[in-house]
Design a protein around this ligand. Structure first.
Ligand code: PRX
Length: 666
């Protein structure tokens, strides 16, 4: 179905050349460099002996049974790291800090959207997780069982993740903005036995219900042919919204967790024990359950959080704004910072509720020193203007991070000047759900930074930019980003689908044994990497991955739709935006206005997948551009969506179709 032009989602050539002429450089501020955790020597150490380097990082964790093997790559692409070692991930994030005398340190500075707040110390969080672990075991959850977590950003969400992994079970966190259908698909794919949720959570000034979506996901299985796997639903009271109750299945958290025993010994599990599944969009309609395991994942999460975010646990107040429903929330809210004993802000709501300066108010209130966020957020703040952040004291900020999509130099400079007081280094961090942790980034205090470039692989990480044959492209050239050596936090597979794992990531460069990331990249004359966007049918909207095919499937599932094609068009704020071209069945066209149909379909996609997938534009068209073999040429639709002159149409079956479409979308 798809038009796989290699440059399909990428930045136009003229813009790239402009970017590569970027000559602004920012040396690390001397006072930052003097106290930085990262050092230049790390690169040399890692390249001298990569495995010994990772072993040393792994030893910063607590191992119940120390490992003697580092990497087993005898059966690629199925890697094993530290395989004969045993550890407990939750123990590493909690108990060991308490045992080291740091129980009174605040782990979570939680701020609810309405302005309520809670400070949770390491001792308190450990206690809560132990109680919950006992509750989970009482509900029959054990090693290897799957637990779905569908929660707002409240401390209980972090506790839930840690309690699940403490007992050797596997969590699958589903972003609270996903619909009941998306939740159901994820519950079914993983065969979850338990769902942990809340009645609702605050978003944009009101309670956004969650439990009703769980109820809907678990009802209505008529004809689905799927056996119900969920035995219980554990519900935190947060939104105080009315919820329905299924006796015997539903349990209030407050009825069982506080009463449970806080004695719970953390058992050791093998390093390759599965830790979590996280679903992400691929190029087909079916999301992939990315599987991560324990020892390698925690090693790289903690290490990168320490050196890239320069975490000094005694003095820093760290804030990663990601939701726990995404990989950034897993690695840089839950696992990395807690393994490092950091103090962090956890904020429930949206950046502009109840006022556009809400984030900056939080930075000022808690004295945030390290802020890690997405370019989309920065660009929306730019749009509102500097007068808003200027009303707050942001002088505590000493380091800024960016993640999720390419950050354009203009946004980078604004971030530096307006938020970072012209001194805070910026780290642009490239990685993916699949890589588990940061792979490419400047090291603060070490690297001279360059606006717009993610720059260099971290010590211990080997990447390259290659052409279609897997040959290094060399400085000044563009190609495909590959990872050339296995890394500790790499995905171990796709849940239930080993063939798809091999096909998606390893088949393309099978001869070389490279991991294919799906991103286009260029190397500049200094050898620094510039990421240019996806080369497949994956869109990146506000730093969130969406699949064109998944949205097309949702559109054609509506009774009015005959055919649909979706493209990611560049958008000033969100990076890319979803734009749909839809052919409507004749009978519906006669009865409805095009505008009414567009709106209905926009809302429909939101209901089917979740509001983040709602198209920015739905154009009702008479035809779609197809090649003679029937493939939709999305490249041409992208030209229309971005208001460009339509490119080469000679391979179309009907070359006139594009002028008709262009006229229809005006
Ligand atoms: O295209 C790259 C983009 O986000 C994709 C990964 O998305 P996801 O798995 O949802 O994880 C997002 C958070 C890690 C990548 O394939 N991406 C991520 N970070 C950057 C980026 N593109 C450019 N620069 C980045 N710093």
């Amino acid at each position: 179905m798809s038009d796989q032009t290699p440059t399909s989602n990428q930045t136009p050539r003229s813009q790239i050349d402009h970017l590569l002429n970027e000559d602004r450089r920012f040396a690390p501020p001397p006072e930052f460099a003097a106290n930085a955790i990262a050092t230049e020597e790390l690169y040399a150490e890692a390249s001298a002996d990569r495995e010994a380097f990772w072993a040393e990082q792994a030893r910063a964790l607590h191992w119940h049974k120390p490992f003697t093997e580092v990497l087993d790559w005898s059966n690629p692409p199925f890697a094993q790291w530290f395989a004969d070692g045993e550890l407990n991930v939750a123990y590493n994030c909690l108990d060991r800090h308490v045992e080291a005398g740091n129980g009174d340190r605040v782990a979570l500075l939680w701020e609810g959207e309405p302005g309520d707040e809670r400070r949770v110390t390491y001792a308190e969080l450990t206690d809560e997780v132990k109680r919950l672990a006992n509750v989970l075991q009482g509900l029959g959850i054990g090693e290897g069982d799957r637990v779905a977590i569908y929660m707002p950003m409240i401390p209980e969400a972090v506790a839930a993740m840690l309690a699940v992994v403490r007992i050797g079970a596997i969590h699958s966190v589903v972003f609270g903005g996903f619909s009941a259908d998306s939740l159901r698909a994820r519950i079914d794919d993983a065969g979850a036995k338990l769902v942990i949720t809340a009645d609702g959570g605050y978003r944009k000034g009101k309670v956004s219900p969650l439990k009703p979506a769980v109820d809907m996901a678990l009802s209505d299985r008529n004809g689905s042919g799927v056996q119900e796997t969920v035995e219980h639903v554990l519900v935190v009271k947060r939104g105080e919204n009315e919820v329905e109750w299924t006796d015997g299945r539903d349990i209030w958290w407050h009825d069982v967790v506080p009463q449970a025993s806080a004695d719970h010994a953390a058992k050791a599990f093998p390093a390759e024990n599965p830790l979590f599944i996280l679903y992400t969009s691929g190029t087909t309609g079916k999301p992939k359950g990315i599987l991560h395991t324990s020892g390698g994942y925690l090693t790289q999460s903690a290490f990168t959080n320490k050196i890239v975010h320069d975490i000094h646990p005694e003095t820093d107040v760290y804030w990663c704004t990601a939701d726990i429903g995404w990989i950034t929330g897993h690695t840089y809210v839950t696992y990395g910072p807690l393994a490092n004993g950091a103090t962090q802000v956890l904020y429930e709501g949206t950046p502009d509720t109840p006022h556009p300066g809400r984030w900056w108010e939080i930075v000022q209130k808690y004295g945030v020193t390290i802020l890690y966020t997405a370019p989309t957020a920065i660009r929306s703040f730019m749009k509102i203007g500097r007068s808003v952040p200027k009303q707050f004291d942001l002088s505590s900020l000493r380091l800024l991070g960016s993640v999720g999509e390419p950050i354009n130099p203009e946004a980078w400079m604004w971030y530096r000047k307006v938020i970072g007081g012209k001194t805070a280094p910026i780290v642009d961090t490239w990685w993916q759900t699949e890589t588990g942790a940061i792979m490419v980034s400047a090291l603060p205090g070490v690297t001279e930074t360059k606006p717009g470039s993610a720059q260099v692989p971290l010590p211990g990480i080997s990447i390259d930019v290659v052409d279609e044959d897997g040959t290094h492209v060399g400085s000044g050239n563009g190609g495909l980003l590959v990872v050339t050596e296995p890394w500790p936090s790499m995905l171990r597979g796709i849940w239930g689908d080993p063939d798809r794992f091999v096909e998606t990531y390893w088949d393309k460069f099978r001869a070389q044994g490279y991991y294919f990331a799906g991103d286009g990249a260029r190397l500049d004359d200094d050898g620094d990497v510039w990421f240019l966007g996806r080369v497949d049918d994956v869109m990146n909207v506000s730093g969130h991955r969406l699949s064109t095919t998944e949205i097309e499937s949702a559109l054609v599932a509506h009774e009015a739709t005959a055919e649909a094609a979706v493209v990611g068009a560049s958008d000033e704020t969100t990076g890319q935006a979803v734009v749909a071209f839809v052919i409507i069945k004749q009978s519906y066209l006669n009865e409805n206005s095009a505008e009414g149909l567009s709106n209905t379909l926009r809302l429909w996609v939101g209901e089917q997948i979740g509001p983040i997938a709602r198209p920015r534009d739905v154009y009702i068209v008479g035809e779609l551009p197809k090649t003679r073999s029937g493939k939709i040429m999305r490249r041409l639709l992208r030209d229309v969506a971005e208001g460009r002159e339509v490119g080469d149409t000679t391979t179309l079956a009907d070359t006139a179709v594009m002028s008709v479409i262009s006229a229809q979308v005006k």
